[in-house]
Design a protein around this ligand. Structure first.
Ligand code: XMP
Length: 509
């Protein structure tokens, strides 16, 4: 399979480069600069990322690029551009004017291959404190900005290019065009990496890898594990055994609803009612981390017990996706000891002795959705809000009891169904309710009440790393609050959480 290799120097934008390349329907991989992969005929080009380091730092990354230079097209971005200059006899110095934010390109060579279709004065995004003062010999500038003469340059007689700005960020308005010029124009990639081609090649690979073995997979009801299951099912059919555990911490009617959806997909799913095991393990625990650990351990016990009931199972499938894989690899220290296990499985013990298969480990979340669509999954399944593995337990502050779970399920149900009815669900990234460990005085009819307070939380986000609270219409909030207090016994007050992440987090625990 054709690919672009991105050598990562630790920039916060490296993943964005990968996404932009993939949006061009070209497959790419991110590798730490010090663990570069073997180059074979599938690698069509190399991109050097930006970095938090300055090339002038003593311990900054200084990889040997001789395996690529002049042999493959190469594009250096920001740090990558400065490193190419410095390591070839140029000079990089601290900028007099530090350039962060917007700048505008002026062409030095209007017909340059990377500038095709890019407008003169095009807005680009800069983020650097150093500048290239002297270029190596045998190079030529093709673009500048007002403050930075060397905004883009090339090495003559080879396909090595360098740009000081970040074409991958949204604010570089024609950055994708420039990347396309490199990837399609220079590297000659054929842009045939589509969800369809991914499904075809992955199903083939899974067939070859797994053969007639049996595979067990823990379903969570979420997008990743569901798409992983459907892909595997396409490859190995009835040899895929799915387990869906009811931990008693799911949303109202979720266990039955999701099981039903899975059955319609033809999956072989065993629903396991382990509610009481989880409630016992959680009894009396209020500390958030202790709760998470108790839930993780109980999950492993239940899953292990169920997996052992499947005779001769030899593989464990996980819905790990690419950001999980990348996050576990540091750009400077090389790969960490183990790849993070899927958060909903919580890390399975070695004694299970299962081989791991992760069909989605190359995909970003939005690509998982596109693959899911190709596989025929419906939008209501693919568009589900994220829901944490520990479920409602981390939305009940204080200790967990089945009664509290039931109250929160009712509140959450009114809120989520209300969002759907008001056509707000799809514009919200994640929503839910939190049961607070406080009681307050209210009045209902002529009676004084002293009951629980709940908080509603709805956030906008793209990846859960940062988030802002949603400005839901007041009318909607008023209606929802009324409905909750009137219908859910034990609740007499509703508040709306208006904290962003950071400094708050999405979940309260
Ligand atoms: P925070 O609260 O850290 O949440 O802002 C970010 C995103 O991660 C989800 N989350 C979890 N998901 N297991 C999960 O599977 C967990 O332990 C967990 N904790 C938080 C959270 O719902 C949000 O989408």
């Amino acid at each position: 399979m054709e690919k672009i290799v991105i050598l990562d120097f630790g920039s916060q934008y490296t993943q964005l480069i990968a996404r932009r390349v993939r949006e061009l329907n070209v497959y790419c991989e991110i590798h730490p600069h010090n663990k570069a992969p073997q180059i074979d005929e599938n690698v069509k080009g190399i991109i050097l990322s930006g970095s938090p380091f300055s090339v002038r730092d003593e311990n900054s990354p200084k990889p040997d690029l001789s395996a690529y230079r002049g042999k493959l097209p190469l594009l250096g971005v920001c740090y990558g551009a400065q490193y190419l200059a410095q390591s070839n006899g140029g000079e990089v110095l601290p900028s007099k004017i530090r350039e962060y934010g917007r700048a505008n390109l002026t062409f030095v060579d209007q017909n340059h291959c990377l500038m095709k279709g890019v407008s003169n004065n095009s807005q680009v995004w800069m983020s650097h404190g150093d500048t290239i003062k002297t270029l190596p010999t045998n190079t030529k500038i093709f673009a500048s900005t007002h403050d930075v003469e060397v905004a883009g340059y090339e090495f003559l007689n080879e396909e090595t290019y360098a740009i000081q700005f970040h074409p991958e960020v949204y604010h570089s308005t024609e950055g994708t065009r420039l990347l396309k010029n490199f990837i399609v124009g220079v590297c000659k990639c054929s842009q045939d990496w589509t969800p369809n081609s991914f499904v075809e090649s992955t199903v083939e690979e899974l067939k070859n890898k797994i053969g007639n073995d049996k595979v067990v997979l823990g379903l969570s009801g979420g997008v990743d594990s569901t798409v992983a299951a459907v892909l595997l099912h396409k490859a190995i059919g009835k040899n895929l055994y799915c387990i869906f555990v009811d931990n008693g911490l799911l949303r109202k009617n979720e266990f039955e609803g999701v099981l039903d959806q899975y059955k319609h997909l033809g999956l072989n799913v065993k629903g396991v009612d382990a509610k009481n095991k989880f409630y016992s393990a959680l009894a009396g625990i209020s500390d958030p981390e202790t709760k998470r650990k108790a839930i993780g351990k109980t999950f492993i016990d239940v899953f292990d017990e169920e997996a052992h009931l499947i005779e001769d199972v030899s593989w464990l499938a996980q819905g790990t996706i690419y950001p999980d894989v990348i996050e576990s690899i540091s750009a400077t220290g090389g790969p960490s000891a183990t790849i993070k296990s899927h958060h909903n499985v919580g890390g399975l013990p070695d004694y299970m002795k299962l081989k791991i298969v992760e069909p989605l480990r190359l995909l970003f979340k939005d690509e998982v959705r596109r693959v899911g669509r190709t596989l025929g999954l419906n939008d209501s399944l693919l568009g589900r809000h994220p829901f944490p593995g520990p479920g409602l337990a981390i939305r009940i502050l204080g200790d967990i009891t089945p009664e509290k779970v039931q109250i929160l399920q009712e509140v959450d149900h009114i809120f989520i169904e209300g969002l759907k009815k008001a056509n707000l669900y799809d514009s919200v990234w994640q929503a839910g309710a939190i049961l607070l460990p406080v009681q307050s005085v209210g009045v209902m009819g002529d009676e004084r009440t002293y009951e629980k307070a709940v908080a509603l939380r709805a956030v906008e986000s793209t990846d859960g790393m940062t988030a802002d609270w949603c400005h839901l219409p007041y009318e909607f909030l008023a209606k929802t609050s009324n409905e909750i207090i009137n219908r859910v016994k034990g609740v007499n007050r509703v508040v709306y959480d208006i904290s962003s992440k950071p400094p708050a987090t999405i979940e309260w625990e």
